[in-house]
Design a protein around this ligand. Structure first.
Ligand code: LLP
Length: 411
């Protein structure tokens, strides 16, 4: 985002006039720049960067990352369908997640994905059985839970013993030994993902060190791995966080991987799209409550869950030109819940009709949206220089209601 009233070359007010609000807006240049940072920092390691589709799976966004050479990290058959529709390369696609269904495993095998990141012994057995039925060999990596504290919000911390993710560290060797006995599996790698929005490098490095101890033990047992996957990317700046330096991360990884014949894989999501996107909203009302002021906007928790769910901070910028003096207010949506807020106790200048930009809303915003309160999903626009494209049409009420019936049956 170049100047604060424009996305690249396009004024926000022009986008609002053309497409309405709420509106997710993405800068293509910012996405490219974010990916370049990874590619440059890790260049000497030639990593396979698998964009985490869950962060934002819009087909145009996937297509953009596919064109730039990315693979994909998926967690459902639906996300695999997105990758295929967007022209992504399934041989660069890895399948994560604790609950892959038989249908999803079959779909992934038919599409020759790069590998399954397997999270349990039961899943190993199921993939083997399905691969046998299809006459295929399934490439697999084991997701190991390294039991390190990622120091992030508990809902998005995944590498602790108490979390549902991965195979327990002390069971890892036995799980690999079992995997090598299953005839329709090919063991290719090891992976971990300890959490999201990481602001500290040390847990990532500690997790890598613990993985490499396993790699060495496995080599002694003649189980040679081809790749190591370090999971999601680094945290981003929402407010004033100190985020890890990618060059420092890459240097530490390069030091630990030097002399080893292991292809590096990474699964960043948030850091490739989070700060490339914003959510544009219109102020509906200003309300002075007994104890607080409220800026009531046309965007709500169904469009951006993160403040309600994780008490996440998103910066809010008034992108209208003439406005009022600043005051302190909660920025809230129209949904009938006290948990429906976008910002609390924020110093803001706003009046009815103003346009506000909720920043850093590229990741885990539209992809987590719902229809709560029968609100239609917002439109999405991609900006590239002076061009802008509607990449998701605003949902209509008839689309929202299309699968429902009002069925009158006496009981
Ligand atoms: N790989 C796996 C296996 C993951 O579970 C995730 C994120 C990623 C990669 C991508 O991580 P990233 O690079 O984006 O940190 N809804 C939450 C975030 C949930 C993250 C879930 N897993 C939020 O809005 O903060």
């Amino acid at each position: 985002m170049t100047d604060s009233l424009k996305c690249e070359q396009i004024p926000y007010c022009a986008l609002a006039a053309e497409y309405g609000t709420p509106l997710y807006i993405y800068s293509q240049q910012a996405m490219t720049a974010a990916l370049n940072q990874y590619q440059q920092a890790f260049a000497s390691l030639h990593p396979l960067i698998c964009y985490a589709v869950k962060a934002n799976g819009n087909l145009s966004i996937l297509r953009h990352f596919a064109r730039l050479g990315c693979g994909f990290d998926i967690v459902s058959g639906g996300e695999l369908e997105r990758v295929i529709l967007a022209g992504g390369d399934t041989s660069k696609t890895i399948f994560s997640g604790v609950g892959k269904s038989s249908t999803e495993i079959e779909f992934a095998l038919h599409n020759n994905i790069r590998c399954f990141n397997v999270e349990s012994l039961a899943e190993l057995a199921r993939i083997n059985t399905i691969a046998a039925r299809l006459g295929k060999i399934a490439p697999i990596s084991l997701r190991i839970n390294p039991d390190v504290n990622a120091h992030t919000h508990p809902y998005i911390s995944t590498g602790l013993k108490a979390n549902k993710f991965g195979i327990a560290y002390q069971d890892a060797i036995a799980a690999y030994q079992l995997a090598t006995t299953l005839p329709h599996l090919k063991v290719t790698g090891i992976d971990c993902h300890i959490g999201s929005q990481l602001t500290d490098l040390s847990p990532l490095i500690e997790a890598l060190e613990r993985m490499l101890l396993l790699v060495d033990k496995l080599a002694e047992l003649n189980i040679e791995l081809e790749h190591i996957d370090l999971g999601g990317g680094v945290g981003i700046v929402y407010q004033n966080e100190d985020v890890p330096d990618l060059a420092a991360y890459a240097a530490a990884v390069a030091r630990l991987l030097s002399g080893r014949n292991l292809q590096l894989m990474l699964e960043p999501g948030r850091s490739l799209i989070g700060n490339a996107g914003g959510l544009l909203t219109t102020v509906e009302y200003i309300k002075q409550g007994e104890e607080k002021n409220f800026v009531i906007v046309d965007t709500a928790m169904n469009d951006l869950m993160r403040p309600s769910l994780y008490q996440a901070y998103h910066n809010i910028l008034n992108v209208s030109t003439a406005t009022t003096d600043e005051f302190v207010a909660d920025v809230v949506g129209p949904i009938c819940e006290t948990g429906d807020f976008l910002a609390k106790d924020r110093t803001i200048a706003a009046k009815e009709g103003d346009l506000l930009l909720i920043q850093s809303a590229g990741a885990y915003a539209s992809s987590m949206a719902s229809n709560y309160n029968t609100r239609c999903r917002a439109a999405e626009v991609l900006v590239n220089g002076t061009d802008h494209y509607l990449i998701r049409r605003r949902e209509t009420l008839s689309e929202l209601l299309a699968n429902e019936q009002s069925c009158l049956k006496s009981v």
